[in-house]
Each structure stands twice: as structure tokens, then as C-alpha cells.
Design a protein around this ligand. Structure first.
Ligand code: C2E
Ligand code: CA
Ligand code: CA
Length: 560
């Protein structure tokens, strides 16, 4: 695009030169005609006037014609000169307008990245010789994609315009505002380096003002922003033109990113260690992308037990990343990043494909539970894609249990309900995971067709200490009875907890008491010992040597 603009500029320059030449020619002709007029008129005019007054003979015809021609030439030249001048003024104005338009963001009317970078570079060079500093404030809307998805792009545009207006109004004299693209804004604010509080106050007000909901048709859209601030005093050299400007903008961006990581809707001043954090995060991101392509993510499996009988009923698949640089990385690190960078669907598909193949080697009675991220549940095609994957791997839907968390229910409950319904119609079971940590209402629990509740391990952990936790779990179990929802207790860590749970009702459970999550080959060894391998593969796998013991915990999980 800049190339095109550059070419346009060149062509315009040549045209202007040609016009100027043209201009001189016209002016030259008019001047020559005037000189000629002075010459001829000096001779012809007096004779002509006298002839009109009847005091002289008719003037020379050739001379008279030459004079008339001369006058015509002068008039023609003059009018042409004026027309050209008017055209020139018009073109200059439209070129000026084009330049202005190239410097502004069309949606919001504020600066764009190009013009702001140039303006900041100039300001930095100026300020370097004075006592004033410049604060660069990077502003990014939180969850703007969701606003667009839920309310449409028209609403998204209106939100951006409203935010630009609100921030613009807060800026002090000399402040600049730009939209850098998408939902990113940047402000430049002059301030006295001795009173950075002024900037703190300004940014706090920004966050507050933006938080007032934006109205669009009948909807009221909540917006928050994450903000990063960097000061020109943090630059080594403010005199490197656009390079200094870009450096400062990058620092503000890093601080903004830090604000996002700390939970959004807040601001941070740039500090040097943030740069390392960002580098680490970028390495993680590219590592995850590469790792997915190279198959470095592997399913591990945690046993799920019928607490009453001690029978193994199935496994929950828990993802692990075997990173060549970092070793085994847990899902708490990589799942949120995979969600954020939009690769969770791909990652989950690959893990599930592997898990279906693994589980086909287990006894056909054993179930497989997989965790599904709220981000995946936003995809309207999720149910279809999952069913297709089951068919592809020839894995029975009835053996699959998907675990979704309460946070899925806040997003688009209608869509979640229809997804759950179509999956259940195909035989897939649905569990509500981490129950108790979110805010699902009783009404939601009743209206959504779940097959099971999983009580979060934070509640189960309380059974180790006192009996308050016990009362809460009792209450959840009675509620489950009322709603006809079977219950699984997560985080069963020892015999004491197991016994407490057994006294409370018929539950399933899982936890370190039965062993930590283990890779597929260890699961096969375990199942081989319990005679729980698929009858088809049984003959191949029993040849493996199952020598290594699993310690005393093994005794909790007996084959049924
Ligand atoms: P979750 O679904 O609640 O999984 C149970 C977590 O508790 C697992 O951590 C498991 O290792 C741990 N755990 C199991 N028993 C005990 C115990 O007795 N005590 C304690 N303290 N912890 C226990 P993990 O594997 O680190 O998984 C963390 C979370 O990551 C999971 O929580 C799940 O929400 C998510 N996750 C794991 N794999 C996937 C995946 O493939 N896709 C998605 N979307 N999320 C996943
Ligand atoms: Ca789970
Ligand atoms: Ca859980």
C-alpha cells in the first residue's frame, strides 16, 4: 500500500511540473500579446479614434485586424491563466485532503499508527531539550472479539467509536490519541516527570470512563480496557526519530500485556523485567504451536473408581506436554495459552484422537472422560466435529464422557443446551466439572441435561481437616439425589477422605489415592494385571512384562 501511495505521489509531482510549465507558456503568450499590443496600439489607436470621430481617413485594415487579434489574444491568455490557477488551487486542496486522510483512522477520526509514530518521534526530539516528559499509554479492549461475535461488527464499530470519544475527551492539552488497528489505541501525554501521579490519575479515569456500558440498539455492552504506560524517561536515547518512538510504544505495549496477564481491566507502568516475561510467553506460544505439529502433547489417564465397590470404571484423560526444552509441562500452563492463541480446538482433536485409539485397547466397559474448554463450546459446529471424530476412530459414543465447566454456561446457554442435547442423543455422556467453583444456578442444573456432577477437589480437600467440608459435600450429594444426578468426587487423596466419602452415599471418585495420572503404556500394564484389556488386543499385550509394582495404593482399585 505504501508503494502505491509512493507511486501516486511521484505521478502527481510530474503532473504539477508539467502544469507549471504550461502555466508559464500561457503567461508568456499573454505577456507577448501585451507587449505587441503596446507596440501596435501606440500606432493604430490614435488613428482609429480620430477616424471614429470623423476627423481622419480609415485606418489601415491590416493594422486594425492585428490590433483586434491582439486584444483577443490578451483576453484568451488571461482567462486561460485564471482557469489554470483555479485548477491548481483545487488540486492542491485535494492533495492536502488526501494527505490528511492518510494520517487519520477512518472509523474513529483519530491518528493512525503511521502519523502517531511520526508525531511521537518529533515530540521526543523536541522534549529531549526540555524538562517535560512524555507518557505513552497503550490501551487494549478486553474481550473485543467476544463483543463482535455476540453483537455483530456494527456494534463492535460503535464500541470503538465510543471508546475513542471517551478517551479523547479525557486527554489534556497537547495529548494525542491514535487507533493503531483493531481494538488497540495509543495516547501520548506530556507531563512533568516529577509528578507521574498525573498520569496515574488520567489512566484510572480512562478505565473508569470506559467501563460505563455502551448502548447499541437494545443491547448494553460492557467494555473494559487493559492499559500499559511507558515514559520517555525510560528511553536510552530519545533522538533516534521513529526508532525511539517505536521503542517507547513497544514498552507501553509490554506493560499493557502485563495488565492483561494480571486479570485485565487495570494498568501497569512499564518495568524492565516485564520484557523477559513477554519473551518467555512468546517462546511458550511458539513452542506450543510447534509441539502440536510435532505431536509433543500426550494424553495421560487418571483412574475413576466406584467408591463403594472399588471397581475401576474408566479414566479421565489429562493432557501433558513433553516439551524438549522444559520437560513435562502441565495443562494449567498450556491450556490457557492454547485457548488464547486459538489452537485449543486443534490440540484437543489430536489428544482425543490419540485417546480414542488408546481406549480401544481397554475393556469395552471402561469409559473415557475428556475435558472440553469453554472456547471449544463457543464453536457452533463443536458437536458435529466431535461426532465425526468418534466415527473416524470407530469409538462408541456411549463410552465417551465430556466434562465441561460451569464457565461454559455463562456464555451462550441456548447454544450450549442444543449442543449437549445433540451429543446426548448420540449417546455421549456430559458431566459438569469443578462443580461448586462457578455460579451455576439450580435452575440451570435442572434445565440442562447433565449426566453427572463432579465436586471440585477444593471441597473434597476439606474432608481431611474438619467436618464443615463434610456438611457442604453432604448438601451437594442430597442436591444431586434430588436432581437425579450421580456424583464424582475429585481429589481423593487418602484413606480417611475415601472412608468419609463412602459414608456419605454412592459416589464415584478419583484422585492420587489411586495413583497419579499415567501415560497410555502404564495404563495398559495396569489393565493387563486386572484383566481389563480389550479382548481383541488382549493376546498381544499380555506378552508385556508387568513386573513393576505400583505400591500400596493399588489395593484401592480392584477389578470388578
Ligand atoms: P481437572 O479436570 O479438574 O482435572 C483434575 C486435576 O486434578 C488434574 O490436574 C489432576 O492431575 C489433578 N488431581 C487429580 N487427583 C488429585 C488429587 O488427589 N489431589 C490433587 N491435588 N490433584 C489431583 P491436571 O492434570 O494438572 O489438570 C488441570 C486441569 O487442566 C484439569 O482440571 C482440566 O481442567 C485441564 N485439562 C487437562 N487436560 C485437558 C484437556 O485435554 N483439555 C482441556 N480443555 N482441559 C484440560
Ligand atoms: Ca476434569
Ligand atoms: Ca475438575
Amino acid at each position: 500500500m505504501s508503494k502505491v501511495a509512493g507511486r501516486g505521489k511521484l505521478a502527481g509531482g510530474r503532473r504539477r511540473q508539467a502544469e507549471r510549465r504550461h502555466d508559464f507558456v500561457t503567461l508568456g503568450i499573454a505577456l507577448a500579446a501585451i507587449i505587441l499590443f503596446v507596440g501596435t496600439a501606440g500606432v493604430a489607436m490614435p488613428t482609429l479614434i480620430r477616424a471614429w470621430q470623423g476627423g481622419a481617413a480609415s485606418p489601415d485594415v491590416v493594422l486594425t485586424n492585428a490590433l483586434l487579434l491582439n486584444i483577443a489574444l490578451i483576453l484568451l491568455g488571461w482567462s486561460r491563466y485564471k482557469a489554470l490557477n483555479a485548477e491548481l488551487v483545487r488540486r492542491c486542496a485535494s492533495e492536502e485532503e488526501a494527505r490528511r486522510l492518510a494520517d487519520i483512522d477512518h472509523l474513529t477520526g483519530c491518528h493512525n499508527r503511521r502519523s502517531l509514530t511520526a508525531a511521537l518521534a518529533d515530540l521526543l526530539a523536541e522534549r529531549a531539550h526540555r524538562e517535560r516528559a512524555l507518557a505513552v499509554v497503550a490501551v487494549d479492549l478486553d474481550n473485543f472479539k467476544q463483543i463482535n461475535d455476540l453483537n455483530g461488527h456494527q456494534a463492535g464499530d460503535e464500541v470503538l467509536q465510543a471508546i475513542a470519544r471517551r478517551i479523547g475527551r479525557l486527554l489534556p492539552e497537547g495529548g494525542l490519541l491514535a487507533r493503531l488497528g483493531g481494538d488497540e489505541f495509543l495516547c501520548v501525554v506530556p507531563y512533568h516527570p516529577q509528578v507521574p501521579d498525573r498520569i496515574d490519575q488520567l489512566v484510572s479515569r480512562m478505565i473508569e470512563t470506559v467501563a460505563t456500558p455502551v448502548r447499541h440498539e437494545t443491547a448494553s455492552i460492557d467494555v473494559t480496557i487493559s492499559v500499559g504506560v511507558a515514559s520517555s524517561t525510560q528511553l536510552d536515547d530519545p533522538n533516534l526519530g521513529t526508532a525511539s518512538a517505536q521503542k517507547l510504544m513497544h514498552k507501553a505495549d509490554i506493560a499493557m500485556y502485563h495488565a492483561k496477564k494480571q486479570g485485565k481491566n487495570r494498568y501497569y507502568w512499564f518495568e524492565p523485567p516485564m520484557e523477559n516475561e513477554l519473551r518467555f510467553r512468546n517462546e511458550l506460544e511458539s513452542g506450543i504451536r510447534k509441539g502440536i505439529a510435532l505431536g509433543e502433547f500426550r494424553p495421560y489417564y487418571e483412574q475413576q473408581i466406584d467408591l463403594e465397590t472399588g471397581r475401576l470404571t474408566g479414566f479421565e484423560m489429562l493432557a501433558r506436554w513433553q516439551s524438549p526444552e522444559m520437560g513435562v509441562v502441565g495443562p494449567d500452563i498450556f491450556i490457557p495459552i492454547a485457548e488464547e492463541i486459538g489452537v485449543i480446538g486443534d490440540l484437543s482433536d489430536r489428544l482425543m484422537s490419540q485417546a480414542f485409539e488408546d481406549a480401544k485397547q481397554w475393556d469395552a466397559e471402561l469409559t473415557l472422560s475428556v475435558n472440553i474448554s469453554p472456547v471449544q463450546m463457543r464453536d457452533p459446529w463443536f458437536a458435529q466435529k466431535l461426532l465425526k471424530l468418534l466415527v473416524k476412530h470407530n469409538f462408541p459414543a456411549s463410552r465417551l464422557d465430556i466434562e465441561i465447566t460451569e464457565s461454559c454456561l455463562h456464555e451462550n446457554i441456548g447454544m450450549v443446551r442444543s449442543m449437549i442435547t445433540s451429543l446426548r442423543n448420540q449417546g455421549v455422556h456430559i458431566s459438569l466439572d469443578d462443580f461448586g467453583t462457578g455460579y451455576s444456578s439450580l435452575a440451570q442444573l435442572r434445565s440442562l441435561p447433565f449426566d453427572r456432577l463432579k465436586i471440585d477437589r477444593a471441597f473434597i480437600a476439606e474432608l481431611k481437616e474438619d467436618h464443615h467440608g463434610g456438611k457442604l459435600i453432604d448438601a451437594i450429594i442430597s442436591m444431586g439425589d434430588g436432581l437425579k444426578l450421580p456424583i464424582t468426587a475429585e481429589g481423593v487423596e487418602n484413606e480417611q477422605v475415601l472412608q468419609a466419602l463412602r459414608s456419605m452415599g454412592k459416589l464415584k471418585g478419583q484422585g492420587y489415592h489411586y495413583g497419579k495420572p499415567e501415560p497410555a503404556e502404564k495404563v495398559l500394564e495396569r489393565l493387563g494385571r486386572q484383566d481389563l484389556l480389550s479382548k481383541q488386543v488382549d493376546s498381544n499385550v499380555t506378552k508385556v512384562n508387568f513386573g513393576a509394582g505400583d505400591g500400596p495404593r493399588e489395593s484401592g482399585a480392584k477389578a470388578g
